[in-house]
Design a protein around this ligand. Structure first.
Ligand SMILES: Cc1ncc(COP(=O)(O)O)c(C=O)c1O
Length: 350
């Protein structure tokens, strides 16, 4: 299948413009050297323009279009307390003149009204903290909120956690992959590897592109949430669903070299670990590049470990996709720079 054909199918899905695209790509030679000698390029999805950017802006270009098509007057977004998706949904809703109801699961860092939780408020969302054992229950709470809003005569549309959203997120990520491919062509770069901090739709979108176009680039998803086996099944399913949505054949993923590494999730989703904190500092101090503590720092920790163990041979050309999340630097200050954390008003350096 050729690129123009894939692009034609992509253009048939309704989309509203929310981001500033194409996002930049640049070389990161000092970081590439520091992690073990690879030719490293960073695709800056964190610079996608809307309210601190991130990969979910591409998702929202499609889900908000679906909301508008359905005649929605408000959107419901629910996830973890410091969800990037919810923050970007609140921004997208503001941009389109819709109200946003944001339901945030208490637990991980939820007592820190900083970063995304602060931004949700600034962006004018109706923010509510909810208690739930896991995301399945959060989804059920979001659905119940949609029903309650409909009973009040509102027209809500749920923009996180549904299969429709994940499928459209994969469609959006395919667009991101085609954009990256065009940039690489202009730069005359053929990457050996693409690393993405995703074990979900962003990875699935890239795989859909690589698979449909029959490319040889190896694609690695570094998971920040979930085990490789379960996530591999999810990603394969998303590839099929997005292909069906686009009226394209499902690519044979057995012909694509890809995998998910779950070794960097520990100790848990939303909790950092020493290798992630090291990676975050390394990117900042070699390139002035700010990663986030929840996703991209774990992603770079994964890439670094793979270069140092020889899984990614020295001299390889690698694209690292920076998927965003940087507002969480502020809500995770105590985990990132424990020596600077302030308590009860004490001076940081006292
Ligand atoms: C900054 C960031 N990176 C990566 C991801 C992973 O995205 P997905 O697994 O949906 O592709 C998310 C999702 O919430 C995110 O906020």
């Amino acid at each position: 299948m050729n690129e123009a054909n894939v692009f034609r199918h992509l253009q048939q899905v309704a989309r509203v413009s929310l981001g500033l695209y194409p996002t930049p790509i640049h070389e990161a030679p000092r970081l590439g050297e520091a992690i073990g000698g690879v030719n490293l390029y960073v695709k800056r999805e964190d610079l996608s323009g809307l309210a601190f950017g991130g990969n979910k802006v591409r998702t929202l270009e499609y889900t908000m279009a679906a909301a508008l098509e359905a005649g929605a007057d408000c959107v419901v977004a629910a996830a973890y307390a410091h969800s990037n998706h919810c923050r970007q949904a609140a921004a997208a809703a503001a941009r389109l003149g819709l109200e946003a109801y944001v339901l945030l699961r208490v637990g991980i860092q939820s007592d820190v009204w900083q970063g995304n939780m602060l931004l949700d408020q600034i962006l004018g969302a109706h923010v509510e903290l909810v208690e739930a054992p896991g995301l399945d229950e959060v989804r059920a709470i979001a659905e119940a909120r949609c029903h309650a809003l409909a009973d009040e005569g509102r027209r809500p549309f749920q923009v996180t956690l549904t299969l429709t959203v994940r499928t459209l997120a994969t469609v959006g990520a395919l667009g991101g992959y085609l954009e990256l491919r065009a940039q690489l062509r202009r730069l005359k770069i053929k990457p050996d590897f693409i690393y993405i901090s995703s074990a979900g739709a962003t990875l699935a979108g890239a795989l859909l592109g690589v698979g449909l176009l029959g490319e040889h680039t190896r694609v690695v998803g570094v998971s920040a949430e979930g085990l490789a086996e379960e996530r591999t099944a999810l990603v394969s399913d998303l590839v099929d669903r997005a292909a069906t949505r686009l009226d394209l054949p499902s690519p044979d993923l057995a012909r694509v070299e890809w995998r998910i590494d779950d070794a960097f999730v520990a100790p848990a989703y939303g909790v950092t670990n020493p290798s992630a904190i090291d990676a975050l500092h390394l990117a900042a101090r070699t390139e002035g590049l700010l990663l986030d503590p929840v996703y991209t720092a774990k992603g770079l920790a994964g890439l670094t470990a793979h270069v140092r163990s020889g899984k990614v041979p020295p001299g390889s050309t690698v694209v690292f996709v920076h998927t965003g999340g940087t507002p969480n630097l502020f809500s995770y200050a105590e985990q990132i720079e424990p020596g600077l954390a302030t308590h009860s008003g004490e001076s940081a350096r006292a």
